[in-house]
Ligand binder design. Structure first.
Ligand code: PRP
Length: 220
């Protein structure tokens, strides 16, 4: 009986990052089936030109979960998500230099310059990143009560939910369109190649080859 090798599964975040990932894939010689870059396709699992490599397309917050539990062996995840969850089972060997943006605190323009606000010991913040937000404000002696939202955060201050939000900012267009201003930058964000630590040991030859290929593609 011939031994079958399980495909190597790479977990990729859906959304606008896909456009930036496409040239990287070309450089490492990974060509996904057509449906992968078609956001209207309902498929979640995709074949590639590499016989033993498959891609899955999932929500950005779920990429590290699939890799940490070994459902996928490799993934591409934002440093925003990795810092929020701090998975011990993940190894992050390469900064891919894509998906670059920043994580910032923002407020409605009329409150942005209110220094009194940050003299309070307790504030309410809407965010997708409660752990990172709590840590950031705690370092300034402020207890942040976080309201977890999964999107449309920019609505929260104007509807009276909170006075501050913590979210990703890229062009700044979303903040501007909703009358908000950036008050502080918490961290610079970029996408990282992530690897399941157990798979890294059991399939080291294969996985090391991909790590090297991505490293070379970033340096090129
Ligand atoms: C992100 C983020 C902001 C927006 C910032 O959301 O949560 O809303 O992008 O980008 P900008 O500064 O260029 O306007 P995204 O569009 O990824 O959608 P999501 O909220 O569903 O994650």
């Amino acid at each position: 009986m011939t031994k079958t090798t399980k495909p190597l599964v790479i977990s990729i975040p859906k959304g606008r990052i896909l456009e930036e990932i496409s040239p990287l894939f070309k450089k490492v010689g990974l060509i996904p089936e057509k449906a992968f870059f078609d956001e209207s396709s309902r498929k979640l699992r995709f074949s590639t030109n590499q016989k033993n490599v498959e891609l899955i397309r999932v929500r950005s917050f779920d990429v590290p979960t699939f890799v940490a539990f070994g459902a996928a062996q490799i993934g591409i995840a934002g440093s925003d998500v990795l810092n929020e969850f701090d998975y011990p089972d993940l190894y992050t060997p390469v900064d891919l230099n894509v998906g670059k943006c920043r994580m910032s605190v923002a407020a409605p323009a009329e409150w942005a310059k209110d220094k009194e606000f940050l003299r309070q010991s307790h504030i309410r913040v809407a965010t997708k990143y409660p752990n990172t937000t709590k840590r950031y404000f705690a370092a300034q002696g402020i207890q942040a009560e976080c309201i977890k939202l999964n999107g449309a955060l920019e609505l929260a201050p104007t509807l009276g939910l909170c006075r501050r939000i913590v979210d990703l900012v890229s062009s700044g267009a979303t903040l501007k369109a909703n009358g908000l201003e950036e008050t502080d930058v918490i961290a610079q964000v970029s996408s990282r190649l992530i690897v399941n630590r157990v798979a890294f040991k059991t399939r080291s030859k294969e996985i090391n080859a991909w790590i090297k290929a991505f490293q070379k593609a970033v340096e090129a």
